[in-house]
Write a protein that binds this ligand. Structure first.
Ligand code: SAH
Length: 501
């Protein structure tokens, strides 16, 4: 017998999903969802799940409520265990959850309610606005400004004005002027703080804070802000001097390859920024050397050291090991060097503690410190798994000092195609561009050159990770605005916050 779960997906930020919601959306056979559920949450659903988008947008209902009710009942008669009915925010707050529950109950279908975080509380909170605050607001009232007729709902406005707490209007972007007028007529001071909180808890969130009196212009159109809440009350003042999510409203370009972008993207988004993903290259296994790689991996005892110069090198190396039917034990005869903390973290996650890491994370320091660290009598060569396009600096410096090196070109970088307009739009809308490797810089410039768009790069502040990446930027006559003091994502994001403050 099927169970239908009425699940709240929260206000947008996937991190605000409850554990129960996450468990259900990743294990259900069928999911029926609304337009309000954020795309980032839909991405978490396994590709094998059967999806129904019954998306309802203000003014354009794509499926009527009775049809959705009927669909749920019909799906529950199928031979499936879990059906998730996924709604934005909380399923019982202005979301027809109660109605769907009654329909299921009447049809004798098993159901469970999974509450979610409602937008009315979460969206203000992401702007440091608490809905209650000692001595400022002793209540919060959630209301819907929507009515069948399109008129303002028939509230007791005098009672609302007298409450003196926080008022939170859902579905109200078309009614903002009439709500403001009604409250002022009912006795609210025109100087009462009021705010339009749009797309709360997503990277596109915005806050338009004014006074009630400044929202009374019926000509003003706020429909572009949907979904948005209209919030009224003294608590809005607490947003002034906000110190959390310091990158709110900032758009930051991430040029890392897609499979690597997530850690930087997440770190930026946690600070409120919108990460614009602009990967310039895609990495793929270098098929041309497949046999060489496989025989090399079987004979690792021939090498004294393996030098990993990037997390990519680690990833492709271990993928090649797996492919060859080997595992990390194959590395036992060798010592391991890592160029920086991210590469080390990548090694550690595979159970390997690097034996050597230089104090500065570039080829020169790597070679110089390694030569100091090791004894010349190590006759065995150094294995350097890397990209087919990797810099030759490191092997050259090592060879010059008498250390034989063997480069293993494990993977190749393939450029990604963009339309000219797409590139121009992304670059001109951004506040910063980040680059974490010299190859990302070179590929980006190549891409821009093809469309004669390199000028855009001179107008955009650039933040880089590491001296080597900085050098790559300088080679085009551009001085990076910011070089992260350490080659870590945290350091990069912290310096961006400092720089944009
Ligand atoms: N069940 C949902 C509300 C659905 S009604 C909940 O509990 O949050 C739809 C209204 O919710 C929208 O018109 C808007 O007023 C509000 N809303 C939903 N998500 C929002 C968000 N991320 N930011 C601001 N308002 C949001």
């Amino acid at each position: 017998m099927s169970t239908v779960y009425l699940v709240g997906a929260g206000p947008g930020d996937p991190k605000l999903l409850t554990r129960r919601a996450y468990e259900l959306i990743t294990t259900a056979e069928i999911i029926v969802y609304d337009a309000l559920v954020s795309p980032r949450i839909i991405e978490l659903i396994p590709p094998t799940t059967r999806l129904y988008n019954v998306g309802k947008r203000y003014g354009a209902h794509s499926m009527k409520q009775p049809e959705i009710n009927a669909l749920l009942v019909e799906l529950a008669s199928e031979d499936v265990k879990k059906i998730v009915r996924l709604k934005g925010g909380d399923p019982f707050v202005f979301a027809h959850g109660g109605e769907e529950m009654q329909v299921l109950r009447e049809a004798g279908i098993r159901y469970e309610i999974v509450p979610g975080i409602t937008a009315g509380l979460a969206a203000p909170a992401y702007f440091d606005i608490p809905v209650t605050h000692r001595a400022v607001s002793r209540s919060f009232t959630c209301l819907t400004a929507h009515s069948e007729s399109g008129e303002l709902p028939d509230f007791d406005w005098t009672a609302l004005a007298k409450l003196g707490g926080t008022l939170i209007f859902y579905m109200g972007v078309r009614q903002i002027a009439s709500i403001s007028q009604a409250l002022i007529e009912a006795g609210c001071d025109a100087s009462t703080p009021a705010a339009l909180v749009s797309r709360g808890t997503t990277p596109q969130q915005t806050l338009l804070a004014r006074t009630l009196g400044e929202f009374t212009d019926a000509e003003e159109d706020f429909t572009a802000y949907t979904p948005a809440l209209f919030v009224i009350g003294e608590v809005i003042r607490l947003n002034e001097g906000s110190t959390s999510r310091p990158l709110t409203g900032k758009k930051i370009i991430v040029t890392r390859a897609r499979h690597q972008a997530s850690s930087l993207q997440e770190a930026l988004e946690a600070e409120g920024a919108e990460a614009l993903l602009l990967p310039t290259i895609e990495l793929s296994t270098n098929q041309e050397v497949a046999t060489e790689v496989s025989s090399c991996l079987r004979e690792l005892y021939r090498y004294g050291w393996i030098f990993f110069t990037s997390p990519n090198a680690v990833e492709f190396f271990f993928a090649a090991l797996r492919e060859a039917g080997l595992d990390s034990r194959a590395l036992a005869p060798c010592r391991i060097a890592s160029l920086g903390p991210m590469t080390s973290a990548s090694l550690l996650s595979r159970g390997i503690q690097p034996d050597f890491m230089p104090s500065a994370y570039h080829a020169k320091a790597f070679a110089a410190e390694f030569i100091q660290h090791s004894s010349k009598c190590e006759a065995k060569p150094i294995l350097l798994p890397a990209s087919a396009l990797a810099h030759d600096d490191l092997p050259r410096l090592l060879e010059e000092a008498g250390y034989p090196c063997h480069r293993l070109p494990l993977y190749t970088n393939n450029p990604i195609h963009y339309e000219q307009e797409e590139l121009r739009a992304t670059l001109s809308s951004a506040d910063y561009l980040t680059a974490c490797s010299s190859s990302a810089v070179h590929h980006l410039v190549e891409l821009l050159e093809a469309y004669q768009l390199t000028e855009l790069l001179h107008e955009l502040p650039i933040a880089v990770l590491g001296e080597q990446t900085a050098e790559a930027v300088r080679s085009y006559g551009i001085e990076p605005q910011l070089i992260a003091p350490q080659a870590t994502i945290t350091a990069l994001v912290d310096s961006l916050i400092e720089s944009l403050r």
